[in-house]
Design a protein around this ligand. Structure first.
Ligand SMILES: [Zn+2]
Length: 230
């Protein structure tokens, strides 16, 4: 890689699988102001990402949301033969403040017909979506491409694989909480990340804009309080 443009990978929110979410499960939520701005992220690690790597990525994503004024609770979903939480999440069977992150290898992305550089995917257009996908081996591929570019003289600080994974997770959750199919010109919600973006990620500076953060806080509040309704 001799130029930064070659490492401009794409994060896409595709508009396929526009499945509606029929029902919303109600559950009690804590009443503190802090709890009202807490989203629960359920991780479905189908790609068998290493525990340490995943924990680091979760910490990165958590910090991104914290800087946007939102707390997050991360739960690793146990994978069992009976596990159909992903399907249930599609059907809106959980409180709205819960969002699933299903991590797969690229083969799942191929099944969706996504371009080879797409690292994440948020299906549907429904406001109450609760499921996003992340494709781990594509995250790894970007990390490796970035390192090659760096060694060829870019001089930039590279992001680790865990940092990239955390940012991809936060980006896809951003599509859900912002309820947007589009990307922004700056920050975490850019549609493609170049080496400068990845350097910003390495320094913890690839974030939601202040305007996006405000929308996300409002949306998390809506989801948490909606979950309390009878
Ligand atoms: Zn995107």
């Amino acid at each position: 890689m001799k130029t930064t443009t070659k490492v401009s990978w794409v994060l896409t929110l595709a508009l396929v699988l526009a499945t509606g979410f029929a029902g919303v499960n109600r559950s009690a939520a804590a009443d503190s102001p802090r709890a009202r701005l807490t989203v629960t992220v359920r991780i479905h690690n189908n790609a068998e990402v290493d525990d340490k790597m995943l924990a680091e990525a979760e910490k990165v994503a958590m910090e991104i949301f914290r800087k946007a004024g939102v707390e997050s609770r991360w739960v690793d979903d146990a994978l069992t033969s009976e596990n159909n939480n992903e399907t249930l999440a599609h059907q809106g069977a959980f409180p709205l403040s819960h969002i699933w992150v299903s991590i797969y290898t690229g083969s799942m992305a191929d099944r969706f017909g996504l371009p080879s550089k797409v690292m994440g995917f948020t299906p549907g257009t429904e406001r109450n979506r609760q499921l996003v996908y992340v494709f781990y081996n594509r995250v790894e591929a970007l990390a490796q491409s970035q390192l090659r570019a760096r060694f060829e003289g870019s001089g930039r600080r590279p992001a680790t694989t865990a940092q990239i994974l955390g940012h991809v997770i936060a980006h896809e959750l951003g599509h859900v909480l912002l309820n947007i199919a589009s990307h922004s010109a700056t920050g975490l919600m850019r549609g493609g990340w170049n080496l400068k973006d990845l350097q910003n990620a390495a320094y913890g500076c690839l974030l939601f804009t202040s305007q996006q953060a405000e929308v996300i806080r409002t949306e998390v509040f809506r989801r948490v309080t909606d979950s309390k309704m009878p």
